[in-house]
Design a protein around this ligand. Structure first.
Ligand SMILES: [Zn+2]
Ligand SMILES: [Zn+2]
Length: 136
């Protein structure tokens, strides 16, 4: 049975609860994810609508033609990357209180990862070109 996963930004102004069933974590090393996260963006995918507490604190910008990124206005925590066409969220894994059932599965844009970032996890790795080939 899936459990309720509680999540919040660092200052607590934005919070929400969703059901995640043994979530897979994906790490993205693309230039945009490096900038917003200072290292890499680790996220879990959630398909569906989410009811947020503290909507007034959520700031959203167009990060590409197909997606937006949102962060907390007050503390700057990354909240999610969201596709414009479908309600598909890539929520920052760090927001969740309990990450004990999270598994790191994928790393994307591995060919542009800075050399000082070293992750030993056994993951499926995709280069920039492989990501573009898969998602256009
Ligand atoms: Zn905050
Ligand atoms: Zn990225």
């Amino acid at each position: 049975m899936s459990k309720i996963n509680k999540a919040s930004c660092d200052c607590g102004a934005v919070s929400f609860e969703i059901r995640l069933d043994a979530p897979n974590v994906g790490i993205c090393h693309c230039a945009s994810c490096q900038k917003i996260s200072s290292a890499f963006y680790a996220s879990v995918t959630y398909k569906g609508e989410i009811e947020f507490n503290g909507n007034d604190y959520i700031n959203t910008y167009n990060s590409s033609a197909w997606a937006t990124r949102s962060f907390c206005k007050q503390c700057g925590s990354n909240l999610f990357y969201k596709l414009k066409e479908t309600p598909e969220y890539h929520i920052s894994a760090a927001l969740f209180d309990d990450k004990s059932n999270f598994t790191l599965k994928t790393q994307m844009f591995t060919d542009i990862k800075p050399d000082y970032i070293v992750l030993n996890a056994n993951t499926e790795n995709m280069t920039r070109q492989e990501c573009f080939d898969k998602w256009g």
